[in-house]
Design a protein around this ligand. Sequence first.
Ligand SMILES: C[S@@+](CC[C@H](N)C(=O)[O-])C[C@H]1O[C@@H](n2cnc3c(N)ncnc32)[C@H](O)[C@@H]1O
Length: 262
Amino acid sequence: MDLETAALLRDPLTRDPLELVREADQPFLLNPHLGRRFPIRDGIPVFVKLGELEGRNRQFRKLYDRVAIFYDVQSHIYAFLFGQNLRALRSGFLAELEFRPGDRVLEVSVGTAWNLRLLPPEIDFYGLDLSWGMLAKARRNLRCWKREARLFCGEGENLPFSDNCFDVVFQLGGLNFFNDKGRAIREMVRVARPGTRLLISDENEKQIRALYRKIPILGRRLWHHREGLGPPLDLLPASVEQPTVRHHADARFYTLTFRKPL
Ligand SMILES: C[S@@+](CC[C@H](N)C(=O)[O-])C[C@H]1O[C@@H](n2cnc3c(N)ncnc32)[C@H](O)[C@@H]1O
């Protein structure tokens, strides 16, 4: 953890700035007002622990911790079974964004960081996820791909970053099953710089239904939580501009883009 990154970090609940402290060679982040500490494990600041999670966030954290090791292979198989090419599909989603060299980019629910391989090399990439298992796999992936990224363990609903600090903010495949999608969207907007274009992409109900039919063991839990799937236009803050929905792969997935006003 470097000082430049630490300067962007905030207590996710109070937004107080944090200090980077080293005690007996063990770094951690400290909220000096409340005395609250956030550990840094293997270089990853941990803002939330399993025991503090509730509802779907707790269920999905456990699920993703379990499947993390197989997740990348599983995603390819899953796409193949539906006649899709994972790389082409996700490149199509990400093509909705604008990147410039040196941009500070945040992916919320970064998972195993697989999408980073589809992004230009000269960006400064930050990834946040709820699941420690997925982040541990992301660390291994980054070493293997020789790519750099800063990873954070936290909830999308309470981002540990200061206001207006990212040039690009997106999430792919996470929002559908968050505890509080509206709050997570407001958080994405808060941390984006004014004028930033944001992207949310996820499965439509059609894909979840097809998954449930084809691979019930994978689809059962998702189908159970299918309520409210689809582009969350109704949850966008009234201030955002140019909300645009596109459907992809026979309307099995959507992308929703919008801009934070200047
Ligand atoms: C389907 S995976 C997508 C991972 C990655 N974005 C990708 O495209 O490969 C969904 C991810 O969302 C994360 N997630 C679920 N709920 C979350 C929340 N409330 N806050 C942050 N991450 C969450 C899960 O841990 C999981 O890694």
